[in-house]
Write a protein that binds this ligand. Structure first.
Ligand SMILES: Nc1ncnc2c1ncn2[C@@H]1O[C@H](COP(=O)(O)OP(=O)(O)OP(=O)(O)O)[C@@H](O)[C@H]1O
Ligand SMILES: [Mg+2]
Length: 356
């Protein structure tokens, strides 16, 4: 299944835009601010029913307009049309003109892997960005994960509200226990899925990073969780006193993180810009292979400004990797048409180029 046509109305800076794509390599070039990243975000939106960057749909509507829509035609047998509309605070999602009852029913139909300069947050930002990466991956393929995550988040909010409302040490233990009884199974489910995911991801990640860098830098991605050494029930029980004094839940999978290392040193502290970028690319291509291995389908690969910050050799190796038959549809943006031309001139695979 690949995207053959994308139509945007009032989506961020695009008042009206319609572009066709092939099932191979698609390139979009144009000046800064013309809307290249926004196009990739629209594709991400079609697959995930939300923006990669901005969770507030009203801010996605073009300034001074009152709705936005995204329509995508996906070639399969028969073709599938997905339409997203957002107007007066309400989002509707339709597949072949039929509205979904719940947005969650759409999840899993199309997978996307997005690599963008904003992903630098994954390395330099807080643990929230890294948990979001894990959650976005697992939510795209596992409705059970999405369901448990939503229970966990809701219950955690209630638990925190209870802790905040406690004056001194007077606590209703039954109420706290009832929240914990919900939190524990959801947290355990999420923990096991995340652990399995990181283990599998590492198998794909290391060869990709080593191929791109042609070095022996020993890249490591590790899953850091309070649940690695003790089960959630024990952890939660032990932290009850500190939770009450801190007035929030101090333990659980909402504290999980990913550790990134290169040659036994922290990537955040010691990695060069090109090493960090290569690490992120390898991480995302591992995410791609993770999807592939589970769904037997090719996700759509969205490569935003991919050649910035990586050297020519790494760029060439990246191109040789993604133009391999193992990858499906790819949409690449760049500010330099000439750079894209140079990189792809020798490829005989199916390709389309759009200059904005
Ligand atoms: N709701 C909105 N209404 C109107 N314009 C918007 C809205 N949201 C974002 N924009 C604008 O869209 C423009 C294009 O953004 P985008 O990031 O897609 O550009 P780009 O082509 O990727 O640029 P660059 O080469 O610098 O990465 C930005 O100037 C941004 O301000
Ligand atoms: Mg951009």
């Amino acid at each position: 299944m690949y995207l053959s046509r994308l139509q945007l109305y009032n989506f961020k800076n695009h008042s009206e835009l319609s572009l066709n794509y092939c099932d191979g390599i698609n390139t979009i070039t144009g000046a800064n601010g013309i809307g290249k990243t926004n196009i990739l975000d629209a594709v991400h939106y079609l697959a995930n029913a939300k923006s990669y960057f901005n969770g507030i749909d009203s801010q996605i509507i073009q300034h001074n307009k009152d709705f936005f829509s995204i329509k995508g035609v996906f070639e399969s047998d028969p073709a599938t049309e997905i339409l997203v509309q957002f107007e007066t605070g309400k989002k509707t999602l339709k597949k072949n003109n039929k509205p979904y009852k719940r947005l969650i029913d759409h999840i899993g139909l199309i997978q996307t892997v997005f690599i963008t300069p904003y992903d630098i947050e994954l390395v330099l930002g807080s643990s929230e960005a890294r948990r979001k990466f894990i959650d976005l991956t697992l939510c795209q393929i596992d409705k059970g994960y999405l369901h448990n995550l939503s229970i966990y988040k809701k219950t955690l909010d209630h638990r925190n509200a209870l802790l905040k409302g406690i004056p001194g040490n007077s606590i209703d233990p039954d109420l706290l226990d009832s929240f914990d009884a919900k939190l524990i199974p959801a947290g355990n489910f999420i923990y096991h899925q995340r652990k399995l995911f990181v283990d599998t991801l590492m198998q794909f990640f290391t060869p990709v990073y080593n191929f791109l860098s042609q070095s022996d830098e020993n890249p490591i991605v590790s899953y850091e969780s309070q649940l690695n050494s003790e089960d959630f029930e024990t952890v939660l029980h032990k932290s009850q006193r500190s939770d009450i004094s801190a007035q929030r839940s101090t333990t659980g999978i909402h504290k999980d993180d990913l550790g990134f290392e290169l040659g036994n040193y922290s990537l955040k502290k010691y990695g060069s810009q090109g090493q960090i970028k290569s690490f992120i690319i390898a991480l995302k291509l591992a995410q791609y292979q993770f999807f592939q291995s589970l769904t037997q389908k090719n996700p759509i690969l969205l490569l935003d400004d991919i050649f910035e910050k990586i050297d020519v050799d790494r760029a060439q190796r990246l191109i040789s990797l993604i133009s391999d038959s193992g990858y499906g549809q790819i949409i690449i943006t760049d500010t330099h048409t000439s750079r894209v031309d140079t990189h792809f001139k020798d490829l005989d695979s199916n390709s389309v180029h759009h200059q904005l």
